[in-house]
Design a protein around this ligand. Structure first.
Ligand SMILES: [Zn+2]
Length: 57
C-alpha cells in the first residue's frame, strides 16, 4: 500500500505501492520529498511532476 512520493529535485513522482529498485527512493533526501493531498497521480501531475517510468505505467 501507499500513495505517491514526489522527488522535488527531479520533479518525478513515484508510486510507493509499486516501487522498484531503479526508483532509488531511499536516496531521495528528506528535504526533496513531497507527499500529495489528495494522494493521487493526477494531483502530482498538476504540480508539474512527471511519472516515474519504473513504477508508474
Ligand atoms: Zn519510481
Amino acid at each position: 500500500m501507499g500513495g505517491y512520493l514526489g522527488n522535488k529535485s527531479k520533479m518525478i513522482a513515484h508510486h510507493l505501492g509499486n516501487m522498484k529498485s531503479e526508483c532509488n527512493i531511499y536516496e531521495i533526501k528528506m528535504k526533496d520529498r513531497e507527499y500529495f493531498t489528495p494522494d493521487t497521480l493526477d494531483n502530482a501531475k498538476s504540480k508539474d511532476y512527471e511519472s516515474c517510468k519504473f513504477c508508474i505505467d
